[in-house]
Design a protein around this ligand. Structure first.
Ligand SMILES: *Cc1c(COP(=O)(O)O)cnc(C)c1O
Length: 381
């Protein structure tokens, strides 16, 4: 059996272990320490010197603390992009609030600003004023931030950017994760850089960052004993994980280059294949880290379905995966309001993510190309 080619796997730079050794040498084996502070500074410098970053245990924890700080509580409504990973929406339910799902547009596959406006207007009449808007930069592709922020500002609703997949992406030259009231990053094992598991909340001021750290470390008040006037969480990042993060930050730019090269590889591969389109930046305003390369197949024109291709790849031990199944179609969120048409549903039906790791070799690319070319050759078109 040929070795498995993964969709996206961890890719160490080499210096991660140095930071972990330092933590052991100084006995900083705890959810605080020099690596946590250093990793936060690295992220701040990378994103923009005007933001304040709190390192946390996961991207999901970061979303949860963003919602809490937007005062989302029981019975509230929060607008969320439907086409995303469930972790974008679950923290809404943690707070006892209701997610209001919104469809995508076809250019970036992210939240459609037109459907967003319709959703808000309808909620104002038939529901409640939404407390926050969660917009996602799927697969690293920046959402249409100008239009989305214009709608959000018109109704004075805070935006939480789920940039879990978009570290290294920019919109009009500005880093994804720095547009909203809060930005969310993830360093899970499959993301563009990893801390094995981890996340961060990007804040616009020092006060928000301090409050995030306070909430993530059990909300302990100033006192010699343990005094609490708020509900707290155990969401801070470990100093060991942060050590991995510091090593990964040294190679982030290389990882972006390599992931973008994978997108170019697929754009070339499918250039002359009718009925297949690769997710591409709509204009020079968009710079994607291309965390995952993804395609949509029109089965009638192409003569094959995304399942045909997925199974052909699987046969050769190459992993691929359907696009995120929209949240409004998930059993767990049945009954949540939804605004839009069938764009996200049709992307899900016809879309496939292809191996996109920064650590794929020329041999791996050769195998992927052979398998896909063989399948195309036998397809009657
Ligand atoms: C990975 C991911 C998350 C969650 O991040 P974790 O660190 O795994 O908790 C949230 N949203 C999106 C879009 C993601 O891809």
């Amino acid at each position: 059996m040929l070795e498995k080619i993964w969709l996206s796997s961890p890719h160490m730079g080499g210096n991660e272990i140095k930071y972990i050794h330092e933590a052991f040498a100084k006995n900083w084996v705890a959810p605080l320490g020099p690596n946590v502070n250093g990793f936060e500074e690295d992220l701040q410098d990378y994103l923009d010197s005007d933001v304040y970053v709190a390192a946390l245990s996961s991207g999901t924890a970061a979303l949860h603390l963003a919602l809490i700080q937007c005062a989302v509580g029981y019975g509230d409504e929060v607008i969320c992009q439907s086409m995303t990973f469930s972790a974008s929406a679950n923290p809404i339910a943690y707070q006892g609030a209701t997610p209001i799902f919104v469809d995508s547009e076809l250019e970036t596959w992210n939240m459609c600003p037109v459907s967003l406006r319709l959703a808000i207007e309808d909620r104002l009449v038939n529901g409640k004023k939404p407390k926050a808007i969660i917009v996602v930069h799927l697969y690293g592709m920046p959402a249409k931030m100008d239009q989305i922020l214009a709608v959000a500002d018109a109704y004075d609703i805070p935006v939480i950017e789920d940039a879990a997949e978009a570290l290294g992406s920019t919109y009009k030259g500005k880093a994804c994760g720095t547009f909203g009231r809060f930005g969310v990053l993830s360093f899970n094992g499959n993301k563009i850089i990893t801390t094995s598991g981890g996340g961060a909340l990007v804040c616009v001021n020092q006060g928000d960052k301090e409050n995030t750290v306070f909430l993530s470390t059990q909300a302990r008040d100033q006192a010699a004993h343990y005094e609490h006037s708020n509900i707290g969480y155990n969401y801070r990042m470990s100093n060991i994980c942060a050590g991995i993060g510091r090593g990964q930050m040294e190679v982030l730019n290389d990882r972006v280059v390599a992931r973008r090269a994978m997108s170019t590889f697929y754009q070339d591969l499918f250039k002359d294949v009718k009925g297949v389109s690769v997710l591409k930046e709509p204009s020079t305003d968009y710079f994607s880290n291309h965390w995952l390369s993804a395609i949509v197949i029109d089965p009638i024109i192409a003569g094959f379905t995304r399942e045909d291709l997925r199974l052909a790849l699987l046969e050769d031990n190459i992993e691929s995966r359907p696009l995120w199944k929209p949240m409004h179609l998930q059993p767990v969120f049945a009954g949540s309001p939804y605004y839009g048409g069938s764009i996200s549903e049709s992307l899900f039906n016809n879309g496939l993510c292809l191996p996109s790791g920064s650590n794929l070799s020329d041999d791996d690319r050769g195998r992927i190309k052979r398998t896909i070319s063989n399948m195309l050759a036998v397809t009657v078109r």
